[in-house]
Write a protein that binds this ligand. Structure first.
Ligand SMILES: [Zn+2]
Ligand SMILES: [Zn+2]
Length: 171
């Protein structure tokens, strides 16, 4: 379960506690949103906010991103290996078998690492991934998705003088 909301402001106050577990914030991670404009000359602009986190939560977020990278890298390696096997053996069947096995191994390793990260979470953690996602903006209106209910509540009370939408629960 995640919590979506929109808020309109030039400056936002981020409660000084970890956006994931609610513990003392020791550092921060950037929540970046990008958008592209134009068809001939594409201009990409980014907007970001520094989200407070504790060290332990930054660690599990980074580990989860690496775990997802393993599966993706496995797929790229599988294609290269399959092409090499096809070139050497001239057998499409052998290339398919080796490619699928390699891709499967990458998926397995990535999934194993993902469940290790999930198992290592503190009971107070809202999730294994980033706790605040910046989905985009229109002028001064910013879209956010939070994973922690208590952090979204703290964020709303810290910014109560600003214009904001209701919180919508999304799965
Ligand atoms: Zn934390
Ligand atoms: Zn956490």
């Amino acid at each position: 379960m995640c919590y979506y909301m929109q808020i309109s402001a030039r400056m936002l106050s981020w409660p000084r506690c970890c956006a994931c577990c609610g513990g003392a914030a020791e550092s921060h991670l950037r929540a970046v949103a990008s958008k592209s404009k134009g068809t001939r000359k594409v201009v990409t602009t980014s907007s970001w906010w520094e989200i407070p986190y504790c060290h332990r939560c930054i660690e599990h977020i980074n580990r989860l991103q690496r775990a997802r990278g393993i599966s993706g890298a496995g797929l790229v390696i599988a294609i290269l290996v399959a092409l090499a096997v096809a070139a050497i053996s001239e057998s499409a069947t052998a290339a398919w078998i080796v490619g699928l096995l390699t891709a499967g191994l990458g998926l397995y390793l990535g999934q194993r690492e993902t469940s290790r990260v999930t198992d290592s979470l503190a009971p107070t953690c809202a999730g294994a991934g980033v706790a605040v996602e910046h989905r985009g903006w229109y002028g001064t209106a910013h879209d956010f998705v939070f994973t922690s209910k208590s952090y979204v509540d703290a964020f709303r009370s810290a910014n109560r003088q600003k214009t904001m939408s209701d919180v919508r629960a999304v799965s």
